[in-house]
Every structure is written in C-alpha cells, then in structure tokens.
Design a protein around this ligand. Sequence first.
Ligand SMILES: C[S@@+](CC[C@H](N)C(=O)[O-])C[C@H]1O[C@@H](n2cnc3c(N)ncnc32)[C@H](O)[C@@H]1O
Length: 200
Amino acid sequence: MPNFDLDAWRLVEAAIRLEDGRQRRAGLPPEQRFRALHPASAEFIFLLALATRAQRIVEIGTSAGYSALWLARACASTGGSLVTVERNPVIVDVAADHLKSAGVADLVNIKVGDARETLTTLDGPFDLAFVDGEKDEYAAYGELLWPRLAAGASLVADNVLSHADEAAPFLDWLHSRADAATTVLEIGNGLSWTVKGVMG
Ligand SMILES: C[S@@+](CC[C@H](N)C(=O)[O-])C[C@H]1O[C@@H](n2cnc3c(N)ncnc32)[C@H](O)[C@@H]1O
C-alpha cells in the first residue's frame, strides 16, 4: 500500500490502547469494553503476518478493531487483506471508524454475524487465522477454519493461558490432529500458534 500513513495508524493504535485501559480501570463489564488484544500479542501477530507474507487473513472477534488494526498494517506491507468477523453490530461501527481513521479500511472486510455461521460462507484458503472470540467457542471456530486454511498456514488463538479451562477443548483438538503442530507462547494472555500440514 504505497500511501500507508504510519503516523495516522500510530495515533489510532495509541487511542484504542488508552481507551481500553480506561475502560478496564473503570471496571466496565466486558460487553461495554473494547477487550483489546494485549499489545505484545498484537505485535506478534503483526510480525507473523509480515514474516509469512500472509495474503489472506481471517479474524474472529473484531471488537473495536485493535488486532485488526495491526493485521491491516501487515497487509499494507504485504499486499494482503483481512476478513474479520464480529457478532456485535454496535462495536462493528466503532471498529470501522478506527480502521478508517488509520487509513486501512480498504484492506479490511468486516463481516457482521456469528462466526459459527459466517465462516461457512467464506472460501479459503487463508494463510493466517486469528481467533479472539468467546473462549468456549474456540473448538467450533477451529473445526470451521481448518478446511479453509492453506497448507503451511498459521492458526493463532488468544487467551489460552488466561482462560485455560475454556480453551482446553480447543487445544486438545489441535494436539489430536496429525496435520497440525502447536505450541503455546507466554505472550500477553497466552497465544497458541498452530501450523497446518506439519507431519510427525
Ligand atoms: C476479546 S474481544 C476481541 C478483541 C479484538 N480482537 C481486539 O483485539 O480488539 C471478543 C469479541 O468477539 C466477539 N464474539 C464473541 N463470540 C463471537 C462469535 N461467535 N462470532 C463473532 N464474534 C464473536 C465479541 O462480540 C467481542 O467483540
């Protein structure tokens, strides 16, 4: 993306982070917060997208668009694009404003709906999938995402350490697959990183 404006992007990135912190300190309930990804985790998925030159990226759980902002920044460099799925139509408008202000709206297609339905309408193959919806739904997302991932694609999920009990069925499912190699990274709230198509 030749006209990517890093200064504009940085302003929005900082604004979301500050507002997310304010909401947490105010003790707002989760449904009234941005619930933004930990910045260290956001940097990780950004770097992963860059390093793998991911062309087609899918995300579950847009919220106010913080992780989408980082993935879109990678897309601005690689020529890729992001499809992100969010079921809350109110927060989708907030995300759309953030992405527009950061100058990356053209790189992102926001789909409003429940990912367990919306994913069935998406054609793969995707090179990178980022999962950040409700933790007890991760296994369902995984089942739908897997056939839509290219060989060598990465599947990253947040909160696998902070919500270990809820994420356990998802991790068990990944570990049971012969065509998946998975590790858990102690970054932010705990990220699982799976690569598809690795045997043994
Ligand atoms: C932790 S927040 C996502 C934060 C976002 N990735 C970020 O870094 O800004 C989880 C979001 O997933 C959405 N969500 C939960 N279950 C969903 C589902 N089944 N389909 C689509 N979105 C879902 C919630 O509405 C919420 O906005």
